[in-house]
Design a binder for this molecule. Structure first.
Ligand code: NCD
Ligand code: ZN
Length: 346
């Protein structure tokens, strides 16, 4: 038996949804994670500070009573977002970041930003008050191939924006390409990136080989193997600019297993087991704490969690449910396609 002690981890990009789905999934996060950055792409989205505070209350209410869990709220950036409201959110201590979804980029993003020019007053205020911008870094122009959306976003949106507002702190979320890794690695400051559990494990073959596999479909879509290898190298490097954001994104099975299936992979329940496996494969178990527990809080100016957790590796594989039941329906759990032996000790 092998074991590893690390500070309790946090998840810097998470979808919890609302209502019965929220109730069905929040415990899978609060069991292992102390804090999570909560995505605002509800229907309707979490746009104002008042929306975020109300949503935060609903999350706390749905959290199993024995767990100590702090949701870190984000506001969904629109072309109408009021800079004063954003400043109020930061001053309240309850808004941690603002999220930029290019309109149409992903699930529930039709209200996102079409013309970044219209969002400049808010972005300028955020730069001034030190509130980070989380970005879904993909262009949505139909001419651009879906596998190139991230690289083109960096070149045509992110780099010009950072040039204009160098003081703005930007988190490039769910980086999926070597281009994204290189861009973050070569930046001189105010830029960091989150990496998901699943993008460290699957490449695009998982979605497309041997029949179409909707439970491996997410956005940004998994890319070629060389990109996965670049993500693994970045995540296990200990580089403070890379940290965990699971992007765990539950959808009920009928909405994924159909002619136009939703994007999103549900990993909250087995992320720590998957990560320990990946970091061990990369001979980098000593870097797991930086990736999952230290680099994220440092970037967001928060203390690392005091509490420690133990990950234990046993001879027998650990079993996770293939599906979880929620009041909204069944959600399929991410299958890494290899047996998991690591487990958070309870
Ligand atoms: C997310 C969702 O379902 O809300 N889906 C996904 O594939 N990651 C949206 C997102 O973060 O892109
Ligand atoms: Zn997401």
């Amino acid at each position: 038996m092998k074991s590893l002690k690390i500070r309790r981890p946090d998840d810097w990009h998470l979808h919890l949804r609302d209502g019965a789905m929220l109730e069905g999934v929040v415990g899978d996060t609060s069991r292992d994670f102390a804090r999570a950055i909560i995505m605002p792409n509800l229907v309707p989205p979490v746009v104002t500070t008042a929306d975020a505070i109300a949503y935060r209350d609903r999350i706390l209410k749905a959290t199993p009573s024995g767990d100590s869990f702090t949701p870190l709220m984000t506001l969904y950036l629109t072309e109408q977002t009021d800079p004063d409201d954003v400043e109020k959110g930061k001053a309240s201590g309850l808004v941690t970041a603002v999220k930029l979804y290019p309109a149409g980029a992903t699930t529930n993003s039709h209200g996102g930003v079409r013309d970044i020019e219209k969002a400049m007053p808010v972005l300028e205020r955020m730069a001034k008050i030190g509130l980070p911008l989380c970005v879904h870094g993909e262009v949505t122009t139909p001419e651009i191939d879906i596998f190139d959306r991230e690289a083109v976003f960096i070149e045509t949106v992110l780099d010009p924006l950072r040039g204009r507002l160098p003081e703005l702190k930007v988190t490039m979320e769910h980086v999926t390409t070597a281009d994204g890794v290189d861009y973050i690695s070569s930046a001189s400051g105010n830029l960091a990136g989150t990496i998901t559990t699943h993008h460290l494990i699957i490449n695009r073959n998982a979605i497309l080989v041997g029949g179409i596999k909707p439970h491996y479909y997410c956005l940004p879509v998994a890319k070629r193997e060389n990109h996965r290898l670049a993500l693994r190298k970045a995540a296990t490097s200990g580089d403070a600019r890379f940290f965990l954001g699971t992007d765990s994104a539950p959808h009920v099975d009928p909405l994924k297993e159909c002619a136009c299936g939703c994007a999103g992979i549900y990993t909250s329940i087995n992320t720590m087991s998957c990560l320990a496996h990946v970091f061990e494969q990369e001979s980098a178990l000593d870097k797991l704490e930086a990736f999952a527990s230290l680099n994220g809080p440092a970037w967001y100016g928060l203390p690392a969690n005091e509490e420690m957790i133990s990950l234990v590796k046993g001879d027998e594989p650990v079993s996770f449910p293939a599906r979880i039941e929620t009041g909204d329906g069944t959600v399929t759990v991410f299958d890494p396609m290899f047996p998991l032996h690591w487990q958070v000790q309870r």
